[in-house]
Design a protein around this ligand. Structure first.
Ligand code: ATP
Ligand code: ATP
Ligand code: MG
Ligand code: MG
Lengths: 259, 259
């Protein structure tokens, strides 16, 4: 069945959404159908994939709270081979709405499983998580086969890593014994910058092979692409950002015996 | 009494913590005692002010949940004139711990008021908020006189602004009629970059005088300083980052009739 990957890091602004959009697009371009699940109330992944707020009629809030099916929520995007389950700000009320449901951490998993059993079966499901270790991120980790961690090459970003790994271990012990780390991808890397190189050295020393070989460089085309409502691979296919996410997709495929 | 400013934006990685640390330091350097309240479970403001996890014996979690007084939690830092109420990851369980308290959104406000009435009276209290519009950020907005919004000059950052302003309006109507916007400060600005200039133009057109004149440039010294456990004003006083936060402090003082 599909491989489900949660893209998570509670540190803000590290490149979670940029990775969900562009890794998803690169995997689809390599012939592997993808579903991106926007699980952040900010809805940035939806915007970046060209689905504006007015086009988000059925959302991940409906999936989680209102009992909609995955097939009602998943929609085509302008990216060939890539579907999206969009998000709106309603999603931010999910924790409060589910506080009395003892099975609240399993809701996304059961909806994804039901949807895929009913025939919606991409090769990859990428879940874009909010900058928090809240109920939404826990739902994503319970539903996932693995967690892919974007790590900005900055000091504060490194500080939060141990808490994130702790949460992954807790979810594995409490609810999802098969949960693994898909890998750690270094983002906004600037090889002229001491701090970037130092964080890379620290990460490779402490995390070893978990760290992808691919480094995603700081590249202005990556931050411009969302304002044109498309992934960087469509906005500027020859950019450093596009090349990096294409290389990352190849590494993800290789790690999963598909490369 | 002290002016209480919540530094908030649910978009992650826009410079909230960097602004709390360095605006705080610049205000203290200008002769105005400051208390920084670290209200983010990541504890980045505590780290950036030189207070490591082992030194955080009493924290904002204790203030909010365990009934500690402000005078028990606030501590001196190595920055002259700047005190800190530190945070640990415990703070992330606050929403769950307080779910049955009907007065949960007023807890920080009553603790700050009691502490200041008892004699702890800086000129400014800066509350560093997490990247979310959750109970912690709402507590900060209820306790505050105003909200200072760091706005990264990037497309996704602009997208979240209307939701943030909506939340400020809701808090003003529901709990804190005096809540104002202190201002919007553009961060990580790169004048060579089209997107930066476009976001600045959009922000000034839509928000007018709310936008501070001071632009905080992208400056590597700002991101290096936390790895030396000190504000940029102490790490590299002549850097573009230091100069920008000194100018921002002057603007904040002018807006409050103290400049
Ligand atoms: N490699 C890169 N080079 C340049 N800009 C980038 C890069 N990756 C991401 N960005 C930009 O940096 C900002 C933060 O990235 P993004 O929004 O993807 O992070 P996030 O972790 O999803 O944030 P949040 O925590 O708010 O969900 C965005 O404006 C994005 O366009
Ligand atoms: N003007 C700047 N120039 C260069 N780097 C900066 C600047 N401001 C902040 N940074 C760096 O960018 C990253 C994000 O900033 P910061 O952590 O202050 O944002 P935040 O809004 O507090 O993030 P979070 O949403 O996770 O709380 C940090 O690594 C910080 O050191
Ligand atoms: Mg995001
Ligand atoms: Mg912060």
């Amino acid at each position: 069945g599909p491989k489900i990957i949660a893209i998570a890091n509670q540190k803000g602004g590290v490149g979670k959404t940029t990775t969900a959009i562009n890794l998803g697009t690169a995997l689809a371009a390599a012939g592997h159908p993808v579903l991106v699940v926007d699980f952040d109330p900010q809805g940035n992944a939806s915007t970046g994939l060209g689905v504006g707020p007015e086009a988000r009629t059925r959302t991940t809030y409906d999936l989680l709270i209102e009992d909609a099916d995955l097939s009602d929520v998943a929609m085509q995007t302008d990216v060939p081979g890539l579907m999206l389950a969009p998000a709106t700000t309603d999603l931010s009320s999910a924790d409060v709405a589910l506080v009395n449901d003892p099975g609240r951490i399993f809701r996304l998993r059961s909806k994804l499983r039901a949807g895929m059993a009913a025939g919606l079966a991409p090769d990859f499901v990428l879940i874009d998580c909010p900058p928090s270790l809240n109920l939404l991120t826990v739902n994503a980790m319970v539903a996932a086969d693995s967690v892919l961690v974007p790590l900005q090459t900055e000091f504060f970003a490194l500080e939060g890593l141990s808490q994130l790994m702790l949460t992954v271990r807790e979810v594995r012990q409490a609810a999802n014994p098969g949960l693994r780390i898909e890998g750690v991808v270094l983002t906004m890397y600037d090889r002229r910058n001491n701090l970037s190189r130092q964080v890379e050295a620290d990460a490779r020393e402490n995390l070893g092979d978990l760290v992808f070989r691919t480094l995603v460089p700081r590249n202005v085309r990556l931050s411009e692409a969302p304002s044109y409502a498309m992934p960087v691979l469509m906005y500027d296919p020859a950019s450093a950002g596009s090349l990096a996410y294409t290389a990352l997709a190849e590494e993800v495929l290789q790690r999963n015996g598909l490369g």
